[in-house]
Design a protein around this ligand. Structure first.
Ligand code: ZN
Ligand code: ZN
Length: 394
């Protein structure tokens, strides 16, 4: 009896379920922050190596990034290169409250499924699993993209647990900036006129951002904290530091809000006589899924859950930068049906449950089915490509 492609995908993922559960729990129980995911990287790559896959380490200068590759036994020529992403960083103080332990294993599951499809169905092509660190901070994918790690990919896919499901999620652009003010210390009471107050510069910047917020578009955000305001009340502060994250819905608006914010930073320096320095730590662009891939993903989810897709706003991902260049799918799925939002203790708890594991594997099978269709259905692949071209023209 010949197995269908869907059967090959299901069998490959079900056969790995026990191992994937162990990996997921081991990552969940050892939460590691961005760029320090050494344990997660080791156990994921050890597992892939025991299954016979080629794994490269230290990608783009990131010690916790990796790439696993499998080429079909009938070769790569004439086929596509399909890439999946795993994430495995945790949140400070909250552990795996974004469920990246599940994103880690969903990447492995989809990679195993498509390797099995290439092999058992004798389809030419290559599948890659990109181990992408530091999604919650620094943007591992952005660093890897700049180094050309994803070059040659025909399509890139990732999954994310959240509330509800969607295959056509439009995330927000997000940019983190740090501004430092440099002044001159002096005694606050005996010679304040000799000082240049960097703490006042930080306060003026924060107040001006608040005062001008009314004129921002409703979907624009500029959120800031003063992370250093001074050392002691009897010294005029000679140094202050603000951390600021700006968000907009569309990449074209990012420069506009950035310019407004830079003007505010500069005006506070001018008003106080300080000098200042702005450092951009990372910029995530908006995620735009391929609508043809997204529709197929959502149709399968609809068949199972019988509820319409949900499209949350206000979040950002470094996968968005990949979606700007590559044909892509960011498959969101419901974590465990409890209604817990991302970045909460409850979400971290739910990300360890059997139900979350079950939902993750179903979503991984769904995404793998979409990927497999790209490999075998030329007409479908042409529709995917023309949807991508149309968006680039917009
Ligand atoms: Zn998150
Ligand atoms: Zn996340």
């Amino acid at each position: 009896m010949q197995l269908s492609i869907d059967d090959v995908i299901s069998k490959a993922i079900d056969a790995a379920s026990h191992d994937l559960r162990k990996l997921s729990l081991a990552i969940h129980d050892n939460p590691e922050l961005a760029l320090n995911e050494f344990h997660a990287c080791k156990i994921l790559t050890d597992y892939l190596k025991t299954k016979g896959f080629k794994v490269e380490h230290n990608i783009a200068g990131l010690p916790t990034a990796f790439v696993a590759t499998y080429t079909s036994s009938v070769g790569a020529s004439g086929g596509l290169q399909v890439g999946f992403c795993s994430e495995y960083d945790a949140l400070p103080g909250l552990g795996h409250a974004c469920g990246h332990n599940l994103i880690a294993i969903s990447g492995v599951a989809m990679f195993l499924a498509i390797a099995a499809v290439l092999d058992k169905c004798q389809i030419p092509g290559t599948v890659k699993l990109f181990g992408t660190p530091a999604e919650e901070n620094f943007g591992g994918k952005v660093i890897m993209q700049k180094a050309g790690v994803f070059d040659g990919s025909d399509v890139l896919m990732i999954m994310h647990p959240t509330l509800g499901y969607s295959g056509t999620w439009h995330s927000q652009c997000c940019q983190k900036m740090v501004v430092e003010y440099f002044g001159k210390a002096s005694h606050s009471a005996s010679a304040p006129w000799d000082g240049i107050n960097a703490g006042t510069a930080a306060n003026i910047a924060i107040l001006t951002m608040g005062a001008t917020r009314e004129q921002l578009n409703p979907d624009w955000h500029a959120n800031s904290i003063i992370s250093t305001g001074g050392q002691a009340a009897n010294i005029v502060p000679d140094y202050s530091r603000i951390e600021c994250i700006i968000r907009v819905s569309w990449a074209k608006d990012l420069k506009v809000l950035e310019k407004r914010t830079l003007n505010i930073f500069e005006s506070a320096a001018l008003a106080t006589g300080c000098t200042h320095k702005v450092t951009t730590e990372f910029a995530y662009l908006d995620n735009q899924d391929n609508p043809v891939l997204g529709k197929m993903y959502e149709d399968i989810m609809w068949d199972k859950y019988k509820v319409p897709p949900t499209f949350g706003q206000g979040a950002s991902t470094d996968f968005g930068n990949l979606s700007q260049s590559f044909i892509s799918l960011h498959g969101n799925y419901d974590l465990a049906g409890t209604g817990a939002p991302n970045h909460t203790i409850r979400f971290a708890h739910d990300a360890r449950t059997e139900k979350a594991h079950e939902n993750t594997l179903f979503a991984a099978k769904t995404t793998a089915r979409v990927a497999a269709r790209c490999l075998v259905d030329g007409e479908f692949w042409n529709q995917v490509k023309s949807a991508h071209e149309n968006r680039r023209k917009d």
